[in-house]
Ligand binder design. Structure first.
Ligand code: GAP
Length: 454
């Protein structure tokens, strides 16, 4: 695993992730995925969808709008209490999260999640916790800062309505519970999944794409009977971990972390943490949400959320087990996990990204040994690119071209040489072992398919 600095540099130089609006000196904490990064993130999203929708027994996808009726956010509790405890440094005027200040000062030996605002203020004053920017200790009191971005809807200035950019995708799944249940004739237990953008006006974003103000979430709500909900919660804890292992994570870099403070409606909640270069941090959450969400939507919308069980004729509001993971935070974890620096025989070093082949941005690189083999090489490229994302490179020595592909994690390099013109075969080099085999062109598609299967 590399340091954040090395990963940020590689991401910029190799087309994974660029700073947002860079030619205008950027916009803090915004990032744009480049040609290589967008493939990686799309493949991660596809793998997630495959596990949680396509291969799941009773789960359905939706794609809800980012804008929702503002009452949704009253019902969900976001307008009243989706906030961070912020403090301003009176000296340098920078804004900070009180809980983060305590985490950093106590090196996580004190848990601010268990403290009230007053207790956090006391801790910060008693311990003279300094401002990370200017080093002084002169703080305002804590104020709660709502994290939702708002805008207004309407064609004239008068009568404009306040609307929000959704801070989570989950509500799009809850408000469509009945639509999905009826249209798909779904029977409880069943799931609704969604991948989409969410927005949070985070007080202290940072650490590259770890915490940003615009990000994508992949969320899955499992609607189940109350008596089964705790068992189903355990099932989702395991499924969430299995998914991460299936896309190549080392189990030693993942751990469960139970929440210390539970919402009043929740019976259990935990995160899976990943060992980022900055230490153990949340990667995803699994939350037992009771019947809170559907009950609140019933109360605020006036529409019944009761489900009629066709087997028992009972009417009830289902419980929910939520599994939520940020696509960008996961992509960052995948990048950290894949990064490797190796010293080769002869003393050369190489940076290699060991992505699982299924999520690697490009599956194959086609490399003619010399430029006058490009016609044959393009023939191979066209054949492969009907099936996979393939890249083509004819510039520089073959050694340098291999290194470039290693750095973007291309699992296979196909070399076209003069023998190819005679025997219609190519050489395939494996990214991880660097071993090479010879294969007829007609067998290439089948060979690559097997290697990249997920
Ligand atoms: N619906 C539940 C929910 O949104 P959350 O713990 O606030 O729960 C779920 O967010 C996941 O979304 C997190 O585990 C993380 O992967 C991702 N996430 C949350 N805030 C983020 C941010 N500011 N930037 C990037 N990813 C974020």
């Amino acid at each position: 695993m590399g340091s954040f600095d090395k990963i940020v540099n590689l991401c910029k130089n190799r087309g994974f992730i660029f700073p947002g609006s860079e030619i205008y000196d950027g916009l803090a904490n915004t990032w744009d995925y480049g040609p290589v990064g967008v493939e990686l993130k799309n493949n991660i999203k596809r793998a997630w969808w495959k596990k949680f929708v396509q291969e799941a027994d009773n789960s359905f996808g939706v794609d809800a709008d980012i804008f929702m009726n503002s009452k949704v956010w009253d019902a969900s509790g976001h307008t009243a209490s989706f906030s961070d405890p912020k403090m301003d440094c009176k000296c340098c005027k920078t804004r900070h999260r009180a809980d983060n200040l305590i985490d950093a000062h106590s090196k996580k030996t004190v848990n601010p999640d268990l403290m009230s605002n007053e207790e956090m203020e006391q801790y910060i004053y008693n311990n003279k916790v300094p401002c990370p920017k200017c080093g002084k200790c002169d703080w305002t009191n804590i104020r709660n800062f709502n994290l939702m971005f708002s805008t207004s809807r309407g064609v004239t200035d008068e009568g404009q309505n306040l609307i929000y950019l959704r801070p989570e995708t989950a509500q799009g799944e809850f408000v469509n519970f009945l639509n999905v249940q009826r249209s798909m004739r779904a029977k409880v237990p069943f799931g609704i999944a969604q991948i989409g953008k969410a927005f949070r006006n985070e007080v202290t974003p940072g650490n590259f794409t770890f915490r940003t103000i615009e990000f994508e979430q992949m969320e899955h709500q499992w609607f189940c009977k109350a008596e089964n909900s705790l068992a189903d919660y355990e099932v989702y804890k395991k499924k969430a971990l299995d998914f991460l292992l299936s896309i190549g994570f080392n189990p030693e870099h993942l751990r469960y972390h139970d929440h210390d403070k539970l919402a009043h409606y929740a019976k259990a909640a935990c995160d899976i943490q990943f060992l980022y270069p900055i230490g153990w941090e949340e990667l995803n959450g699994i939350h037992h949400r009771g019947d809170w969400d559907l009950s609140r939507h019933q109360e605020y919308s006036g529409k019944s959320m009761l489900y009629l069980d066709p087997y028992t004729n009972e009417k009830y509001i289902p419980n929910v087990v939520e599994y939520s993971i940020g696509a960008d935070r996961l992509t960052l974890a995948v990048l950290c996990e894949a990064y490797d620096e190796q010293t080769l025989e002869g003393g050369d070093t190489r940076v290699v990204m060991h992505f699982h082949p299924a999520i690697a941005p490009y599956k194959v690189a086609v490399l003619p040994l010399q430029k006058n083999l490009s016609e044959k090489a393009m023939e191979v490229y066209r054949k492969l690119s009907k099936n996979f994302m393939v890249t083509y490179d004819e510039a520089g020595s073959i050694g340098k071209r291999y290194r470039r592909q290693d750095e973007i994690g291309t699992p296979m390099c196909v070399t076209i040489d003069f023998d190819t013109l005679e025997d219609n075969s190519v050489t395939i080099r494996d990214r991880d072992t660097m071993e090479q085999i010879r294969l007829p062109i007609e067998k290439l598609v089948e060979y690559v398919s097997e290697k990249v299967q997920y």
